[in-house]
Design a protein around this ligand. Structure first.
Ligand code: AMP
Length: 171
């Protein structure tokens, strides 16, 4: 894991002063590193019973799509406001400054469908909480929330006490 962690670069003061941004683009463009990360992450779910990966825009799509392909599952898209063309439902969530909105197509998940939610990074947990809300309003069952990286000092897990949470790389 330490080798994979080294492939992720820190960008200081992005997008605003005081934030250390974990830039996974340096891992994604390393062919062996990306494959290793997806394989290790995906192996966790090889014997798990679920129907969809739910990927969160935008970097969650990259990790989520690779996992869905590896595990032979479909992928459901969680998008930022105004991007989904079909009938959708909406959840608002808190950012560090202000609010944002996530959306899902109404027919993307049926009652009882089991899903694994995937994003690149767990920080404060607000994004994944809003995603859980969308999945559950459609009747979906969240089997686990899985992240490539977790910023443990931000304690996002504490917002996810009722759920299984996994992260491959902990910072
Ligand atoms: P949060 O809702 O606070 O858990 O933030 C998680 C979302 O914001 C993920 O989709 C991440 O891609 C992004 N994010 C938050 N903080 C960082 C960070 N320090 N480095 C990279 N991405 C971040």
């Amino acid at each position: 894991m330490e080798n994979l962690k080294k492939k992720i670069r820190d960008i200081i003061d992005f997008p605003k002063p005081g934030i250390v941004f974990k830039d996974i683009s340096t891992l994604l463009n390393d062919a062996a590193g990306f494959q290793k990360a997806v394989d290790l992450f995906g192996n966790r779910y090889i014997n798990t019973d679920f129907k969809y990966i739910v990927g969160i825009e935008a970097r969650g799509f990259l990790i989520g799509a690779a996992l869905a392909y590896k595990l032979c599952k479909g992928i459901v898209l969680i998008r930022k406001k105004g991007k989904l063309p079909g009938e959708k439902i909406t959840a608002e969530y808190e950012l560090e400054y202000g609010k944002d909105i996530l959306e899902i197509h109404k027919d993307a998940i049926k009652k009882g469908d089991k899903v694994i939610i995937v994003d690149d990074l767990l920080a404060t947990g607000g994004t994944v909480r809003a995603t859980i809300e969308l999945v559950e309003r459609l009747g979906g069952v969240v089997v686990e929330c899985g992240f490539l990286c977790e910023l443990e000092f931000l304690k996002g897990r504490e917002k996810l006490k009722d759920y299984n949470v996994y992260s491959l790389l902990k910072f």
